[in-house]
Design a protein around this ligand. Structure first.
Ligand SMILES: Nc1nc2c(c(=O)[nH]1)N[C@H]1C(S)=C(S)[C@@H](COP(=O)(O)OP(=O)(O)OC[C@H]3O[C@@H](n4cnc5c(=O)[nH]c(N)nc54)[C@H](O)[C@@H]3O)O[C@H]1N2
Ligand SMILES: Nc1nc2c(c(=O)[nH]1)N[C@H]1C(S)=C(S)[C@@H](COP(=O)(O)OP(=O)(O)OC[C@H]3O[C@@H](n4cnc5c(=O)[nH]c(N)nc54)[C@H](O)[C@@H]3O)O[C@H]1N2
Ligand SMILES: [Mo]
Length: 656
């Protein structure tokens, strides 16, 4: 038996290091690396069964060509040569801007997520894509205030004494951060959760603040009002490292706690208490993740929240400040220009927003005539599912999907091409939840005729008659190109070292406090407190026909759309349910455990009714992910900045 080192590439902040035991070319066991400081030997409810995914009987192992009507899921096996020749000739027959590469982070490996595919489609002049349904809105908001969206090293959370999980369900979505939070609590930290839903994480908190959805900006402004009024602002820090404080103080006058109690659904007394505790307990850490960016006002919310640690000078101390994502920090150390080669892309091409896939497939001008999908499953994960289905059914749309399974999206394809799993290809995985780079050695040969994303790009380039050598770089070359950077934090981090050790932490200073002495990345080098692009933002209101706000957060047993085809995961998560407050259930004559219809103008779903005060009155919650089709009910609604998606500004009615 041999043991091979690898790393999980799911779109999740934890990026676990794993070990795979191999016997006679077959993977027998896959488990978390006990030595990795973040993984600590444990995986999660999903990836514990990763090998069931690798060896699943439904894996696509050969190229498949559609043999029935679109969407029927009927396919026949064809050879790679036949598939590639047909795809290439179809693509050559349409203008490049009518061909769309649609991908996200189904693998977030450095080269499998984005490398040769970008070079190929970019240099063809294919239609561009804004990949903005996860993180971009938060980044856009944080950047207005901080310049960069950087935060502290999450391992430093053990030094925090006041931890605010603001719109994040850590135990479900970011499990490997939890032991660090617990360690801080053992040392006396207090844990606050701000979330309209009493999640598993909220249940474990010292205090859960169940505000109304999207009202976070109003709450933050009232807290700042209290700090200014009571002299709790760190004026020394503010004077040295910010601009616009004077005007901000003026602006905050209109936001005493009593003025926002209605909007937020939180009493003025509770707001006062929260504000005073937060200011009095140091070091204090604000930990948001994605929850609040899935609202219309998501950018404004992040811009406004980012002011909290600044006014308190919380960045001064180790364990103080804000932590959302280490993704952009990690990428800033790498040579992404060399990897992605933006200089070979055709300039001036049209760029579409990935959140508007439904309407774009149905009505973009010029039309999308061919869609190439990898590492994303929009029929499950992108809003306005019924419209996407309508677009995918178009007879004149030529769709190619590269995935491990015939996903809900692949079922509509003209060709489904077999993709390798993470234990079948080479990569390095960056993380947006910690500061380690992780190496992933292939542990087994590709199953059947499956190919990795990079190998598929090489095959497509060859079939298209392209000859530029940079379209055929090997995986190892690509990884070396990305690491070819003189960033000081990559010192000692080489291909060889990573391959041998499995993971390495960025070579940052031991005590790294990004903004302890200011140094914000704005043009003036100061945090921007001007009361511009700030505030409660546009809070989308319910309408008469659909009065209940639908939140669709992540589920424990699914990783976004993935694992929705696996028996064990389906059994554990059960049939689709909707959680509704007892008062809302009573006025609708709903019964606990009964089947109900959840509907709005975009769609209608059957679900089991769960009557519970885990949700506030006026809010209902359904689980997102797996095979749950909740995006039938979500709107194609852009956010204020960053072009994201107001997934959680969906409104519905629930009928018996
Ligand atoms: N098990 C599991 N883990 C995952 C994933 C998964 O699918 N399953 N997906 C991964 C991905 S891609 C991501 S981006 C992360 C996301 O990680 P999180 O951000 O932690 O998860 P979400 O469920 O998107 O949203 C978090 C919380 O925001 C709350 N929320 C909604 N609206 C508001 C609001 O207006 N204000 C406040 N304060 N809270 C609000 C929701 O109720 C929810 O509990 O998780 C990753 N980890
Ligand atoms: N209602 C609602 N909708 C949401 C969200 C929500 O909270 N609520 N969250 C949003 C967020 S934050 C995100 S990030 C998105 C995630 O949305 P997606 O990116 O669509 O979801 P995933 O399931 O992570 O990955 C998609 C596909 O990638 C495939 N894949 C994995 N590895 C590889 C590979 O190496 N090669 C190829 N070719 N394919 C591979 C998987 O099999 C899977 O089918 O969903 C968004 N949608
Ligand atoms: Mo995400």
């Amino acid at each position: 038996m041999t043991t091979i080192r690898g790393a999980c590439a799911h779109d999740c902040p934890d990026t676990c290091s794993w070990l795979v035991d191999i016997e006679d070319g077959t993977a027998k066991r896959l488990y978390g690396d006990p030595a990795h400081p973040f993984t600590r030997g444990g995986l999660c409810a999903k990836v514990n069964h990763y090998l069931d995914r690798v060896y699943h009987p439904d894996r696509v192992l050969h190229p498949l060509k559609r043999s029935g009507p679109k969407g029927s899921g009927q396919f026949q096996r064809v050879s790679w040569d036949e598939a590639l020749a047909d795809i290439a000739s179809r693509w050559k027959s349409i203008p490049p801007e009518e061909l769309l590469l649609y991908s996200l982070a189904g693998t977030q490996g450095l080269i499998q997520m984005a490398s040769l595919d970008r070079r190929l489609f970019g240099s063809m002049g294919a239609c561009g894509l804004e990949r903005n349904i996860c993180g971009e809105v938060a980044v856009a908001g944080l950047e207005v205030t901080q310049g960069h969206s950087w935060g502290i090293d999450p391992e430093d959370i053990v030094h925090s004494r006041y931890i605010v999980l603001w719109g994040t369900n850590t135990i479900v979505t970011n499990l490997h951060l939890w032991p660090f939070i617990q360690q801080a609590r053992e040392r006396g930290a207090r844990l606050i959760v701000v979330d309209p839903v009493r999640t598993r994480t909220a249940e474990q908190a010292d205090w859960h603040i169940p505000l109304k959805p999207a009202s976070d900006g109003a709450l933050a402004l009232a807290m700042m009002h209290v700090w200014v009024r009571d002299g709790l602002v760190d004026l020394d820090y503010v004077r040295s490292h910010t601009e616009g404080y004077g005007e901000l103080v003026e602006y905050l006058r209109s936001f005493p706690p009593a003025a926002v109690a209605d909007v937020t659904g939180i009493s003025a007394d509770d707001i006062e208490l929260f504000a005073r505790e937060y200011a009095a307990t140091r070091p204090s850490l604000l930990r948001p993740l994605i929850g609040i960016e899935h609202h219309r006002n998501g950018g404004t919310l992040f811009r406004t929240l980012a002011m909290l640690p600044i006014l308190l000078g919380a960045w001064r101390e180790r364990g103080g400040g804000l932590f959302r994502s280490s993704g952009s920090l990690q990428y800033s150390t790498l040579n992404t220009r060399k990897l992605w080669m933006p200089e070979v892309y055709k300039p001036g091409v049209r760029v579409l927003n990935m959140a508007n896939l439904g309407n774009d497939l149905c009505s973009a001008e010029p039309p999308i005539r061919s869609l190439f999908v990898h590492s994303v499953n929009p029929m499950v994960t992108v809003p306005n599912r019924n419209r996407i289905r309508q677009g995918l059914l178009r007879d004149d749309l030529f769709t190619v999907v590269h995935d491990l399974f015939i996903t809900e999206t692949a079922a509509f394809a003209d060709y489904v091409l077999p993709a390798t799993s993470q234990i079948e290809h080479l990569d390095i995985v960056t993380s947006w939840g910690h500061h380690y780079l992780s190496f992933n050695h292939p542990a087994i040969a590709p199953r059947g005729e499956a190919v990795s994303n990079t190998e598929l790009a090489r095959r497509l380039a060859r079939a298209l008659g392209r000859a530029e050598p940079w379209l055929f770089d090997s995986d190892e070359d690509l990884l070396r190109q990305a690491l070819d950077s003189d960033h000081p934090w990559l010192e000692g981090i080489t291909y060889e070292n990573l391959a041998a050790r499995g993971y390495q932490k960025l070579a940052q200073p031991e005590d790294w406090r990004p903004y302890a002495n200011g140094g914000f990345h704005t043009p003036a080098g100061k945090a921007n407190l001007h009361p511009e692009r700030i505030g409660p933002g546009e809070i989308v209101a319910a309408d008469r026909d659909y009065p209940l706000q639908l939140i669709t957060g992540k589920s424990l047993h699914f990783l976004n759309s993935s694992y929705g085809n696996m028996e064990r995961h389906l059994r554990r998560s059960g049939p689709l349910f909707v959680e509704i407050h007892p008062a809302d259930a009573r006025s609708r004559n709903l019964e606990d455990g009964a089947a109900v219809k959840v509907a709005n103008a975009s769609g209608q779903l059957s679900a089991i009714c769960r009557i519970t005060d885990r949700v506030r009155q006026g809010v209902v919650s359904m689980p997102f992910g797996g095979a749950y089709a909740v995006n039938e009910l979500t709107p194609e609604m852009p956010t204020d900045w960053g072009g994201g998606s107001g997934f959680y500004d969906a409104f519905v009615e629930v009928h018996p």
